[in-house]
Design a binder for this molecule. Structure first.
Ligand SMILES: [Fe+2]
Length: 333
């Protein structure tokens, strides 16, 4: 019964440290992907038919849902109500992913999700008209789908953000195959090292409260140095698209710049993925510390110790932009 778990190599650990992400193919149980997808489709808006790709488009206004447990708006369809269900937890908190996450964060340090616990969204938005706080939830973030954008409207430029809630390690797991330009998670490689020092706290982003009689300011406050760096990263770094096949995942560092990609692929496709945040049990004790000289202080010994040469070939497999891979070794060491 005890199945040998595959381990991340030193090169993979080094790549994650250097660029803040790691793609792994065919990482999770595909039967569970199908089950979770079926569950997702139980919440489909009336006009979106699973068997009819022509119906996959921007959801009409009268089919929108503002319920934080099921957001349906425009091309966005986020089902959070299932985020503590057994199939979903077993998919994303499976032994293989936990083994890898523990190599990154330290063995026996991960907070466990709770099957049947309260899903993200149960507490409503973090502030009026604001987003839901993913730290308020006992399971995954949920199942997130991106429907095709209207191709007659030009795409808006890519804009990155970093997440405002405290956590350690994000994972996005594809439930179905999807092509490039099909709404995949997009990340800006290496930006975790640039953004990490720019906040007063290591994990959180500062927030101010909302007052009804002073409604102009609420929510996250971005330090000016961070806002400047966002513009620089957007200008000097080419993002990496995390498209792929069902069961593929990407791990990403909590300060990595990212966005939900726009879905302009042809023929029509729906990006369907599960998002989960790995957190360490001692996040509560660490979150108020300022950024550290050693940004890996709180991470696992294996990741901290990892040092090896990253080959050009491996960087290409990870879709690292060519400009960033220039200084790397041509062959594996
Ligand atoms: Fe985000």
């Amino acid at each position: 019964m005890s199945e040998e778990m595959n381990l991340l190599t030193h090169e993979e650990l080094c790549f994650f440290k250097e660029y803040g992400y790691l793609l792994k193919r065919k990482a999770v149980n595909l039967d569970l992907c199908v089950k979770v997808l079926d569950r997702m489709w139980e919440t489909a808006p009336a006009s979106v038919k699973r068997e009819d790709p022509a119906s996959w488009k921007t959801v009409p206004k009268d089919e929108e849902s503002r319920d934080p447990l099921l957001i349906i708006q425009g091309t966005r369809w986020q089902f959070r109500g299932a985020s503590t269900e057994k199939d979903l937890i077993e998919l994303i908190f499976c032994r293989q992913l936990v083994t890898w996450a523990e190599q990154l964060l330290g063995e026996g340090t991960l907070r466990q999700p709770k099957i049947g616990g309260k899903p993200m969204g149960s507490w409503g938005p973090a502030w009026p008209n604001g987003p839901v706080d993913p730290q308020l939830g006992e399971g995954a973030r949920g199942i997130y789908a991106t429907l095709p954008s209207d191709r007659t409207i030009a795409p808006t430029p890519d804009r990155l953000h970093t997440d405002g809630h405290p956590f350690h390690l994000g994972v996005v797991c594809l439930l179905d195959d999807g092509p490039r330009n099909g709404g995949s998670f997009k990340i800006w490689p290496g930006s975790h090292k640039r953004f990490y020092p720019l906040f007063p706290m290591q994990y959180d982003q500062a927030r101010i409260p909302y007052y009804e009689h002073m409604p102009s300011h609420k929510g996250l406050i971005h330090p000016p140095a961070y806002v400047e760096e966002v513009t620089k990263v957007e200008a000097d770094t080419e993002p990496v698209e995390c498209y792929g096949e069902a069961g593929d995942i990407v791990f990403w560092h909590h300060r990595l710049g990212h966005m939900a990609g726009h879905n302009y692929a042809e023929p029509n496709t729906i990006r369907q993925a599960v998002l989960y945040d790995f957190c360490k049990t001692d996040l509560d004790a660490m979150r108020l510390d300022p950024p550290q000289e050693d940004m890996w202080r709180d991470w696992g010994d294996e990741l901290r110790a990892a040092s090896s040469v990253i080959s050009k070939q491996f960087a290409a497999e990870q879709r690292l932009p060519i400009a960033m891979a220039e200084g790397l070794e041509a062959t594996p060491s």
